[in-house]
Design a protein around this ligand. Sequence first.
Ligand code: MIC
Ligand code: SF4
Length: 647
Amino acid sequence: MGKNIVEKILEAHIVSGKVKEGELIGVRVDQVYTQDATGTMAWLEFEAIGLDKVRVPLAVSYVDHNMLQSNFMNADDHLFLRTAAARFGAYFSRPGNGICHQVHLERFAAPGLIALGTDSHTPTGGGMGMIAIGVGGLEAASVMAGMPFEFTMPKVVKINLYGKLRRPYVTAMDVILTLLKMLTVKGGVGKIFEYGGEGVKDLSVTDRATITNMGAELGATTSIFPSDENTLKFLKAQGRDYQWIPLEADEDAEYAEIIELDLSEIEPMIAQPHSPDNVVAVRELKGMKVNQVCIGSCTNSSYKMMKTVASILKGKTVNEEVTLFINPGSKQVYQMLAREGDIEAMISAGARILESACGPCIGMGGAPGSGQVSIRSYNRNFKGRSGTKDAFVYLASPVVCALAALNGEIVNPLETDLGINEVSDPETFLINDNMLIPPRKEKEAKIIKGPNIKEVPVKAPLEESIEAEVLLKLGDNITTDDILPAGTQVLPYRSNIPEISKFTFKNLDETFYERAMNAKNKGGGIIVGGENYGQGSSREHAAIAPMYLGIKAVIAKSFARIHRANLINFGIMPLIFTNPEDYEKVEQGDILKLNGLIEAIKSEQQYEVINLSKKNSFKVYSNLNERERDLLLSGGLLPYVRKKVIQ
Ligand code: MIC
Ligand code: SF4
């Protein structure tokens, strides 16, 4: 029987289990990368494991999120990360070098490899024909310590592309927005999307990377494209053609499902507030007033897209009612745009050019005004993420964004003469790795920690029974931004759990922290959620802070992959309503009791929840694989890994 690309790569890396849907498998990992906002924890965790040096072929520590330095904290974190990289043998990508996913694609990603990154948009590397998966910091630390990456094999779904995009009016961003409309933010849970068909030839590596990047918003484990002549062309232009291998699915490869998509029928699309799947055609919003436009981020920062934006802006002026921010995703792209006069065109049009970093995408500056409309070529528009709670954030292609910036309202590209030529990728990119510090493996190097850097808290092993208060009852699709917001105020505390925990659920309920602290000494708390609880980012702080506040379990209708793993890694039970209607049987403030946990987790994984306040009961279950059970029994991944690697 033939094999698909996912099977081929996984089988070449397998160390335990069989590559079969639903099986627990362990694979060898080639590359691990961290970014600063999740990386401080990841490297503190690596340090706590107790090894001298990383045990993976390549580790890279990027700095791209916490870039605003309004006090000492972020700069201290950057120094910690630089010294930790020197101590443990990782590359260090200095602040200013760009957003991890874009830089990694340019300088390190290669077909056929497996990469993990401590950021949910790590699947960007799938555009290069590699399996690239977003994980929590502790998972990354354990793999850097030489452990295999273990996970339950997802379904592999093929997306069969044919036809050609109507360029330059329709872009790769419109492809992924179309898929989000079709499949929703839950559509990819438990799945890997493998792209194939004639249509892939129409997409360059950077187009593909836009699609796999935002595949994270579908909830997918990852997405991947074949490695073909376009891949070779990109690698050659990056001076890395020696890393190319061809990769395609066999003719008779099997898939759990096949989705057909005609690229020639795709039109410009836009996601409305407050979810990336709330997608409509741009023409439906024609004429809607816009106050702010942001172009760039890890989703849409390719040389090609940025030059397209510059050509649209050239010789014109940004509408006087609009603020336009541009954050090119990497130093490479930024420098090329500067050299070729595109930055000049952008400045001349009135754009506010930001440094090469996440910026407004994560609320690190560039927050819109009260109740304002912001349209962004980014990947997430969750309520409040921009830094302004009552802002309305839309997501669209850089072309739609540039037109909105000039016109002060939404314009359908298909009804305009853009008057520009299609831009293609260059024959050679400008290669200058002077902002990447190679691994030094300095055993003696001293790790420098500022006063805001505190130790990683560890939970005690699983209790026999839980009697705890329901501190919050939530609906469907709760994001990790809801659980633990980002932004300028909160992000600097990513290396300080006691402080950051004060912001837990703050945007949803100002009283949460205080109530949780009160409940902590009386048995702790429980969170109740709906479907897809914890969608969005990989930030493990959304599990560590609740753990620190005494949360013992989350009972939901279903969980998002990375957050579920993070809960387990920090010893919080992810429990699922056996009968989803029982969700109605619980209210905030109820006291719930679960007995015989240890026995149940080792056997059937069915638990009875007694609602002491309502005097009723209902059933929940956990769907933990063997490794996950062990983790919970040990109190989480840190004690478990320590035991395994330090003998
Ligand atoms: C995001 O886009 O939400 C982030 C900020 O990059 C996160 C990581 C984080 O919270 O540090 C992600 O995508 O995982
Ligand atoms: Fe940074 Fe935004 Fe990309 Fe997250 S989605 S890595 S915050 S640019």
